[in-house]
Write a protein of this length. Sequence first.
Length: 168
Amino acid sequence: MKVFLTLFSVLILTGYTIAQQTKIEIGQQAPEITLSKTDGSSFSLSSLKGKVVLIDFWATWCAPCVGEQPELKTLYDMFSDQVKEQTFEILGVSLDKNKESWQKAIDRFGISWIQVSDLKFWKSPVAKAYEIEELPFNVVIDGQGKIIAKNLHGKELEEFIRKYFTSN
């Protein structure tokens, strides 16, 4: 019985340690994202190495996400010099399941930044990798792919990105 309890304790502690290592936290490497763009071509987050990237997880069925798209457009326009200099990008990751709805929203909001999805809704492996429990959700990564901020919105997000570019 004592051996069983010891083994059980080791398994529990090992499982707990592994779970702690997979949390999406500031300072950790962002999990890779490889999904399809609206035209069906494959796109990988790692192709943006060297850029600060705002990864915006959203969906057309999420009212707060839809409400945030005009703010993101303003942010993208505000940092258009950094976009042109290839130092900043937004990557929209949709947790939609309907391609037509997703495409209509992109068109309606005039979204010009990269958009990807696997149209698997909450079952997307990316949603699991980023431990997404609610939308909208975002992370900001640096040029080496390390998470430098998470779940910032509105003015707080704008100020963070502005401070990042003025101090680096």
